[in-house]
Design a protein around this ligand. Sequence first.
Ligand SMILES: Cc1cc2nc3c(=O)[nH]c(=O)nc-3n(C[C@H](O)[C@H](O)[C@H](O)COP(=O)(O)O)c2cc1C
Length: 190
Amino acid sequence: MSVSDIIHSRRSNRAFDSSRAVPKEALEKIVNAALLAPSAMNQQPWRIYVSMNDEFLRKVGLLVEEVTAKSYPGILSRKEALGVKEAIFYDAPAVLFITKRKDLPAPVCADIDIGLCLENAILAVYELGLTCVPVALPAMFGKDIINDHLKIDTDKEEFMITLPIGYARPDYEGPTQKALQEGTVVWLDE
Ligand SMILES: Cc1cc2nc3c(=O)[nH]c(=O)nc-3n(C[C@H](O)[C@H](O)[C@H](O)COP(=O)(O)O)c2cc1C
């Protein structure tokens, strides 16, 4: 699949086939693609933690789901509608956890760098015939849980985002047609 094909067809997946593991070689390719992203002053501010441990992922997913539901109860109806064990990683067999280093020459650009790293990973996921969804809820509501379970040194790193990866559950229909917002491009010369 070309990059253009992936960009035009990619949609987030929110129900993974937990019985189908992601081969480690595929995860290595995804992580390597992420690490090659451009970054301000080549600061490469990221660190990527990878887990393929179903027990660990479901445990962390449920803990984050519990704290998220206090602020965003809609997550529980989403869980029921999707028929997933937890509505954070959506039963994904593999998850990347991306952190941002704190000692940086260009800290003002680091969030953009992390986004580029994430997008490289996403493109590689779809090139390999896998699917994914970027998930920020753990960073919004469950930072302490993630820091604790990944043993992140919070003096040195800040947890930013996760990327659950896997094969789509065969019965999952996926999102509906995507409507693009109006007024997001300004042609200055017209
Ligand atoms: C930074 C970021 C954070 C996101 N966080 C979540 C999340 O916590 N949970 C979730 O289900 N989807 C999350 N998404 C997925 C978006 O909801 C999704 O990309 C958006 O609705 C557009 O749909 P598409 O990815 O199918 O094009 C996130 C996406 C981005 C880029």
